[in-house]
Design a binder for this molecule. Structure first.
Ligand code: BES
Ligand code: MG
Ligand code: ZN
Length: 492
């Protein structure tokens, strides 16, 4: 599929499907759409009336127009209330248009939607992202592709000529999102610590990043007892991934992104039972997937910032040499941890990853992790939890998430709750009471970051979608990549 930005107006464009937007304000047509409707002998007004179309965000309708007309079908997408127009609504409207165009067997699609905030570049980028992310289909594990029918081949963003750069940027970012989706969607017998490391090496060689894979012995030398404790029951070798993007010259800032990378989480001896969603625990490397996806995008966007991408990758399995519940591990900062629950494994792997990362001397660290079911209970499937002792960093991330249309919500790091992690025998336990479980998890991580501004995103909910929504299909969403990229670009 090719996306172009062109100067043609909706009155001049010719092709299979022409998509226009309608606000939720009584369904009045305005400006060029009125003229287009006249040109098409009133068929747009007729369609809207017939379908009782209200312009609700996410809704879309289509109609065939007279043969002999320069367009075959008109697609109308709802934009919601005019005063609530946000960049993400434009992105979602483009996604709805692309989906309907495909269903209507349009090979070419013209999109004419309002420019957000007088910002043609951001608008073009959002439109292109919406189209590309909505049309992506994962057929890797099908013997016959699901969608053999007609495909959208060419998309024109109307009256946005000159925004080729924005389309290229969108494509680079989407390539990172799609990589993250593919890594998360692939089962644990396909994406393993070994293939995750191979993916990191491939990104490094394709986009000129530096890469270092630490093997088990390297991690032992660094004293990463927490990470290795989790890894010890797996038949697969753990891999500690460290990718570095370095711009030319002196970078403005040095940042680090750390992702939880459990290619499968069985729970360990505190095994996950039926009803726990264990069959979907291939997605427990969603943080690492977003980290690699961001690396792939940043490697192409080449901002003036040094970025480190880190993940301690392993499986949480069961065998004769599995951790016993109650075992005591020592992390690389010397802290001892009583593992009172082997299913709280993500924080153990992140502990050593965070200690390693802080030693790099970066200006800020952001970690992403499918860390707790408690965060899903608190915020549901669409919203990630944001935890940070640093207000400035938290607000940078909130802004980046807003631009990207990914939802995050800050939760408190209530120091008093750390009492729940008190241990009689070690420095602390890895699990506290059920109540406030995502907060104690964040407080646990905080023990491994001394002074660097740090934020933690619990992405257990939004990394996966049970049903299609906006530009996300059902399944892996690639959540986090676009927020991370926006954040890195915002400080560049
Ligand atoms: N990977 C899970 C968290 C998770 C749950 C991710 C649901 C996605 C959806 C994590 O390792 C885990 O098992 N957490 C436990 C922590 C508990 C033992 C304190 C949980 O949330 O139940
Ligand atoms: Mg677990
Ligand atoms: Zn886990």
């Amino acid at each position: 599929m090719e996306i172009r930005a062109i100067n043609t107006s909706l009155l001049e464009w010719t092709g299979d499907g022409l998509a226009i937007g309608l606000f939720e304000d009584g369904g009045e047509l305005t400006g060029d759409v009125t003229n287009l409707d006249e040109k098409l002998a009133g068929s747009i007004k007729e369609l809207i009336a017939e379908e009782e179309f209200k312009g609700k965000q996410g809704s879309s309708i289509a109609t065939r127009v007279d043969t002999g007309s320069p367009v075959r079908k008109v697609i109308v997408v709802g934009l919601g209330k005019k005063e609530d127009l946000k960049l993400d609504k434009i992105r979602r409207a483009a996604a709805a248009a692309a989906r309907l165009a495909k269903k209507q067997k349009c090979k070419t699609l013209g999109i004419s939607l309002p420019v957000w905030n007088n910002d043609a570049a951001q608008t073009a980028q959002a439109l292109a992202e919406g189209v590309e992310l909505a049309l992506y289909q994962d057929n890797r594990f099908k013997s016959e592709p699901d969608d053999q029918g007609s495909q959208v081949e060419k998309v024109d963003l109307l009256e946005l000529g000159g925004q080729e750069g924005a389309i290229t940027r969108a494509h680079q970012i989407c390539s990172g999102v799609i990589l993250a989706r593919q890594l998360v969607a692939a089962p644990a017998n396909s994406v393993t610590p070994i293939t995750m490391a191979e993916t990191a090496v491939a990104i490094a060689s394709e986009y000129g990043l530096q890469v270092k894979i630490l093997e088990r012995e390297d991690c032992e030398k660094l004293g990463m007892g927490a990470f290795l404790g989790v890894a010890q029951a797996s038949d697969l070798p753990p891999k500690f991934i460290h990718l570095t993007y370095k711009p030319e010259g002196t970078p403005k800032r040095k940042l680090a992104i750390v992702g939880k990378g459990l290619t499968f989480d069985s729970g360990g001896l505190n095994i996950k039972g039926t009803g726990s969603g264990v069959e979907n625990m291939k997605m427990d490397m969603g943080g690492a997937a977003a980290t690699l996806g961001a690396a792939k995008a940043i490697g192409q966007l080449k901002p003036d910032v040094e970025v480190h991408f880190i993940s301690a990758v392993t499986e949480n399995m069961i065998s004769g040499h599995a951790m016993h519940p109650g075992d005591i591990l020592q992390a690389s900062n010397g802290k001892t941890i009583e593992v009172n629950n082997t299913d709280a494994e993500g924080r153990l792997t992140l502990a050593d990853a965070l200690v390693f990362t802080e030693k790099l001397g970066v200006d800020a660290i952001v970690d992403l992790a499918t860390l707790t079911g408690a965060c899903v209970v608190a915020l549901g499937d669409d919203i990630a939890g944001l935890f940070s002792p640093d207000d400035a960093l938290a607000s940078e991330l909130e802004k980046a998430a807003e631009i990207s249309g990914e939802k995050i919500w800050r939760l408190p790091m209530e120091d008093k709750y750390f009492e729940g992690l008190k241990s009689g025998i070690a420095d602390f336990k890895n699990t506290g009471p059920r109540a406030g479980g995502s907060i104690t998890a964040a407080l646990f991580l905080k023990q491994f970051v001394k002074e660097t501004p740090w934020a933690h995103l619990d992405v257990a909910g939004p990394i996966w979608a049970d049903k299609e929504n906006g530009y996300n299909g059902s399944g892996a969403t690639g959540f986090g990549v676009r927020t991370l990229v926006s954040w890195v670009l915002s400080v560049a």
